[in-house]
Design a protein around this ligand. Structure first.
Ligand SMILES: [Zn+2]
Length: 489
């Protein structure tokens, strides 16, 4: 048996002021065949990493392709997308004959001229490998689960957890199902239910937790191979932006249809009850200061780099400074210029520094303050579950009573190393302010005495009705009250 695996991935916020080019992939994941490290999977590369570890024991040959992944931002440059895609397609062609293909994709990538990048990739892979080859795809739940990509694949599996702590488990399942299909032990058929809704679904809150646990309990019996919950990615102007339920059943389409409908109807019934409550930034920090216990983690999703925001909005910092907060740390602020200046000033220096507020109107005004450089460090990283996320060169400065972590590789707050790299121990601070929607919960949730969500004036609005969509298929909740959810595949 011969299997090919490759990755091309990012999450595209088509409204972001930050275009994405090869430079962003080189800062993220940019690996040729065989270059992927053994230690951990990287962004969206779990299918390749898992297949490499299991090839010998499971009796197949893995032909590795390239892996490209970039932090979320604006549309990928067309020529750069086509270059990466064609490189993977050339590798796939050279690897023929193939029995199976494992694609590690994100699912919400948009390039100029390609609203459905994953559909384009899968279509071209299918043209090369033919109809008998089994194509398995792993996606992030923040994806656009388009009909095209589901039609052209054999098995699609999404991560179930948000924060995405089950990337490896789902890749293991994908490989299990692809191998079972190739051995004639399974005949996957897929059904897709369109919930016609936009929402946010952290699985750290009770309602979604129970829903995911229930969905998991329905898998592996009664002919159900896999159930995926597509959350959607709200910050993209694409037609098929909506929550969808995908069911893979063994040979019986009617069984898949029934389960997709049952789970889809239940998901529709949860509208408006799955996201946390958000405070204003000021109220959130006042609550944190008044809380008897520490640390209190205060999270702002509106400037989450993980959703394509610049992560240099200054509202949290300005609010902490205005209230003269003590024992507070904040991160990350993406500001490579400020990092450079801190390296030039050196650890221990006190100098006037302009922080943040650089990328666009939603970044807010910059903060000009006397800053003490606490530490500077090259090539930092933070962990996210089993994966390592590069932060680039970083600096920590103290501005009043607030310690601020400045990063060069734009990403959200994921691991405690974000602060610890630079000698700040977040568990010993009263207030830990992070820019992240919910991925921070994997590492910061367990050490927090309390978690408070705030909604700043950053670019990722929680009110989806304010997003200037032009291509989205209507009706869709909450843009429209009356919608018509149903089975579409
Ligand atoms: Zn995601």
């Amino acid at each position: 048996m011969r299997l090919f695996s490759a990755t091309i991935a990012t999450e595209t916020n088509t409204f972001s002021p930050l275009p994405t080019s090869l430079a962003a992939y080189k800062e993220g994941v940019f690996l040729g065949p065989g270059e992927h490290p053994d230690t951990t999977p990287l962004m969206c590369t779990a299918p390749l990493w898992v297949a490499r570890r299991r090839a010998e024991a499971d009796g197949f040959t893995l032909i590795e392709g390239s892996c490209f992944a970039a932090s979320p931002a604006g549309n990928t440059n067309r020529a750069d997308y086509e270059w990466m895609r064609d490189r993977i397609l050339d590798e796939c062609r050279a690897a023929m004959p193939l029995d199976g293909v494992l694609l590690g994709l994100h699912g919400a990538m948009v390039a100029h001229g390609y609203d459905d990048v994953e559909g384009d990739v899968i279509e071209r892979v299918r043209e090369i490998v033919g109809t008998k080859c089994v194509i398995g795809v792993e996606l992030d739940p923040h994806c656009h689960l388009t009909m095209k990509r589901v039609r052209l694949s054999d098995i699609v599996i999404l991560y179930k957890e948000f924060p995405h702590t089950d990337v490896v488990e789902r890749a293991e399942e994908l490989l299990d199902l692809v191998l079972a299909t190739l051995r004639g032990q399974a005949k996957p058929v897929m059904s897709l239910y369109d919930c016609r809704q936009i929402g946010s679904y952290p699985t750290t809150l009770p309602l979604m937790r129970a829903f995911v646990d229930k969905v998991k309990s329905l898998e592996g019996k009664d002919g159900i191979l896999s159930i995926s919950i597509g959350h959607c990615f709200p910050y993209a102007d694409v037609a098929e932006l909506t929550g969808r339920i995908l069911v893979v059943a063994d040979g019986d389409k009617a069984v898949a249809d029934a389960m997709a409908t049952r789970i889809g109807e239940e998901f529709v019934g949860m509208r408006g009850r799955t996201a946390p409550e958000y405070s204003s930034v000021e109220a959130g920090f006042e609550k944190a200061r008044a809380h008897n216990g520490a640390p209190v983690v205060v999270a702002d999703p509106a400037d989450n780099a993980g959703g394509g925001a610049p992560s240099d909005n200054t509202t949290m910092l300005r609010t902490l400074m205005a209230m003269r907060a003590e024992s507070a740390c904040l991160g990350p602020i993406w500001d490579p210029i400020a990092v450079r200046l801190c390296f030039d000033a050196g650890a221990g220096a006190e100098f006037p520094l302009r922080l943040g507020g650089k990328t666009g109107p939603a970044s807010g005004p910059p903060v000009d303050a006397m800053a003490t450089v606490l530490a500077v460090k090259r090539d930092c990283w933070q962990s996210f579950g089993p994966t390592q996320v590069p932060l680039g060169d970083c600096a920590a400065v103290r501005v009043g009573g607030v310690e601020v972590v400045l990063i060069s590789n734009r990403t959200q707050a994921l691991g405690l190393e974000l602060f610890r790299n630079l000698g700040i121990e977040p568990t010993e601070r009263k207030i830990v302010a992070v820019k992240s929607t919910n991925h921070f919960m994997a590492a910061f949730g367990p050490v927090a005495d309390r978690v408070i969500y705030v909604d700043s004036d950053g670019p990722l609005s929680r009110d989806y009705r304010t997003i200037p969509y032009t291509k989205i298929q209507r009706p869709v909740w909450p843009l429209d009250e009356a919608t018509t959810p149903g089975l579409i595949l």
